[in-house]
Structures are given as C-alpha cells and as structure tokens.
Design a protein around this ligand. Structure first.
Ligand code: NAD
Length: 390
C-alpha cells in the first residue's frame, strides 16, 4: 500500500481496557492510522476520547450503525478501511457483520461472538464478502510461540502425545462485579458475556494456543466448571480433559479465582522425542527439552546458527535484537501487522506470504465458540466424553 490503512473503532474509549492496547499495537509499525470511532457507550466519553486521540470531531459517531453508514458514503480516499471491534462480547457480532457487508475489513476481539450460531453466520458473511477478519488471540502473536509451532510442524518432537495448557488469573477472586468494576460486571452477566464466563474470557485463548502450537484439533472433551465465588451467576473456574485428532491427550485449566495469579498462561507440549514449554510471564524464552539431552533455551531475536536456527515465522515477528525484551504489546502488534499486510495485499491483488497470513481468523473464532458450547454441554452431561461438535 502507498498509504496507511485507515482504522475505525467501536469501543475502546477512555472507559475501556483493551482498546488502548489495540491502538498501541496498530500504530507500532507506522502502517495504520485511526480516523473515526464510536468509542464508548457514553457519548461524552466517546467525544473526549476522540479529542485526546486527535480524531476529527465530524468522524466521531453516535453508534456503530451511524459510523458504518456514514463512512461508506465518504470518498474511497477518505473512508476507513477496517473496523476494530473492542466492545463487550454481546456487541461483537452486529458491528462486525455490518462492517463486512459494507465492504470493510474487521479486527475483532475474542470470544468472537456470544453464540456458536452467530460465529457461523459471521464466517458465512466473511466468505460471501471476501473481506478479511482478524481475531485477536494475543498469545499466538509471540515469536517464541511461533517458534514452538514451527518446531512441532518440522517434526522435532516426533508425534505429539500430550498437551498441557493453563490460564490462571486471580482478578475475580472477589465478587468484583458487584463492587463497581464495569469490566467484571458485563463479563459476569450471561446476556453480555455468553454461556461461560471463564471459558469465553480466557478458556478460548488457552484452547486456541493448544491448537495453534500443536496444529492439532480437539475432537472430544470432558469438562468440570465451577462457580467458586458465592453470589456469582456464571462459572469462574474450569478444568477440561482433551482428546486431539492424532490421538494425543491434553489438559486445559482456565481459572479466574487463582488468587495471586496475574496472567500465568503456560503451554507444555510433549512428543515422542521431546517437549517444549512457553510461558506468558517469561515470553522471550522457549524451553526445549529433548529426551536424553540437556535442556536448551531458545531466545527471541537471537541469530542462532544451524541446527538451532529460529524459524522464519519467529524472525518475521521479532523487531529488535536479542536481549531487548519484547512483550505483549509487540505480540499484539504482530497480529495487526500481519492482518494489515494481508488486507493490503488483497487490495493490491498480491498474494500474501505465509508469514503475513499467520494471524487468527474467523475459523478460529468459530472453533472458539464451539469450544465454549462443548465445554458447557460436557459439564452438564453425565457422559464422560463429549464429542467436539461444530
Ligand atoms: P471494557 O469494559 O474495559 O471496555 C468496553 C468498551 O466498550 C468501553 O469503552 C465501553 O464504553 C464500550 N462500549 C460498550 N457498549 C458500547 C456501544 N454500544 N457502542 C460503543 N462502545 C461501547 O472491556 P475490555 O476489557 O476492553 O474488553 C472488550 C473486549 O475485548 C471483550 O470482548 C474482551 O473479551 C476482549 N478482551 C480481550 C483481551 C485479549 O487478550 N485479547 C484482553 C481484554 C479484553
């Protein structure tokens, strides 16, 4: 592209958490600019947020419907190219669908929708319109997660036998939804959050990470969901046994009452010949444990010689030399950069490279919603195993 991609936002005002992270990520590589938004449920906060972000007052809209309608009517050289959807879960589907149907690409938060039906409908809209949809499963943006995926794909571990993925947090150890925490309040409301709090909010990240790194698909599961904080309506803790399509077994833990934990995402994956371990709290390290060999530590950005080279997927997603830590903001920016490169390539009639195409899509969103639905069904069932229905 000979110009920056133009971004619009629904949600992400001064009253929000993740919207600001999206902007940092989108702007990191200088290829995206913010041109419009309906930034908040509160019009005054939306206006204030826009002013602080230097968005022109006539591009601040009352709601996403007005934004998409009016942006569609602007000349091609002015209107937004894509819409970022960073509202609570129940407000993902409608703006994303309307944006796609009006010719805009979409970046959307997880869980992609509130129901599996909505997710499938969104996939059908993506296929019909030919537009690009990017789902922000943050952890898949880290270079060392991409290195792990490449090492599994290249067969370094042999056939995969076991996957253990964890996402413990402690921030919902109290009844925060009744103590004025707006982010906790909508998450704890089934109408706004979905069938499951813990699985929608963080279980989808863990399930995506397991399938992304291993290249395998979950085929059956056995789930135990709990509400451990008295007075809460939805679940806040879950353990799931997994079976994968190559016969591998797995364990997924997602918990928001793990008091004292921050975002302790971790994945361990074991094959016939060795294992890998990656943790969000130490994201520039990938621990490689080969059978009968000393442990090795792969580090982001290092110029290793063969046979220890970093994959093109890891290096493509690394910005600075080793020893200068990269973190969540860079991982998030990788998702934006790959999405922007793919969206631009499509507009120019160019085929994106495999590295540029490496970001979560609508298919991951459908699998995420199927995961939530299947976990809830399994928890309610007396059968030991529930087939992963799509
Ligand atoms: P939040 O409650 O902090 O912010 C929500 C924002 O949406 C606020 O600005 C609010 O005013 C706005 N909003 C609500 N209704 C609106 C409407 N009708 N029109 C315009 N704006 C509206 O929530 P959050 O923590 O930022 O989460 C937003 C989404 O991002 C959720 O789906 C959540 O699951 C997801 N999320 C993802 C990650 C990640 O790691 N990828 C991290 C945090 C949150």
């Amino acid at each position: 592209m000979k110009r920056k991609l133009r971004m619009g936002m629904v949600g992400g005002g001064k009253d929000a958490f993740i919207g600001a992270v999206h902007r940092i990520a989108a702007f990191m590589d200088g290829k995206i600019e913010l041109v419009c938004g309906a930034f908040s449920i509160n019009p005054e906060i939306s206006r204030q947020s826009a002013a602080e972000l230097f968005v022109a007052p006539d591009r601040v809209y009352a709601d996403y419907e007005e934004m998409i309608t009016k942006e569609s009517q602007l000349p091609e050289g002015e209107r937004m190219d894509f819409l970022t959807v960073v509202t609570p879960n129940f407000l993902h589907f409608a703006p994303a669908k309307m944006a796609l149907e009006n010719g805009f690409d979409v970046v959307i938060e997880k869980p992609m929708t509130v129901t599996l039906e909505e997710a499938k409908e969104l996939k059908a809209v993506v296929e019909k319109t030919g537009r690009t949809l990017c789902l922000t499963h943050t952890y898949s943006g880290y270079p060392m997660v991409k290195q792990a995926k490449a090492m599994v794909k290249e067969g370094h571990l042999g056939k995969i036998r076991k996957i253990v993925v964890e996402y413990p947090q402690g921030w919902l150890s109290r009844l925060s939804e009744r103590e004025g925490n707006a982010g906790a309040a909508w998450r704890a409301d089934p109408k706004k959050s979905g069938l499951s709090l813990v699985m929608g909010d963080i279980g989808t990240h863990a399930a995506h990470l397991a399938e992304y790194v291993s290249g395998l698909k979950i085929t059956e599961l056995c789930a135990d969901l709990s509400t451990l904080v008295e007075g809460r309506v939805l679940d806040d803790d879950g353990s799931v046994l997994l079976r994968f399509d190559n016969g591998a077994k797995g364990v997924l833990m997602a918990s928001q009452i793990s008091a004292g934990e921050e975002n302790a995402v971790r994945i361990r994956i074991y094959g016939e010949k060795g294992g890998l371990e990656w943790a969000n709290e130490d994201p520039n390290n990938l621990i490689v444990k080969m059978l009968d060999q000393p442990r090795q530590l792969y580090r982001t950005g290092n110029a290793y010689n063969a046979p220890y080279t970093l994959s093109s997927f890891a290096t493509h997603n690394t910005r600075i030399p080793a020893g200068h830590p990269e973190g969540l903001l860079e991982a998030f920016a990788n998702i934006y950069r790959n999405f922007a490169a793919t969206a631009s390539a499509k507009r120019e009639g160019r085929t994106p490279s495999p590295e540029e195409l490496d970001f979560p899509t609508v298919d991951d969103g459908v699998r995420g919603m199927a995961f939530v639905q299947n976990v809830v069904a399994s928890n309610a069932s007396n059968e030991k195993w529930t087939k992963f229905e799509m």
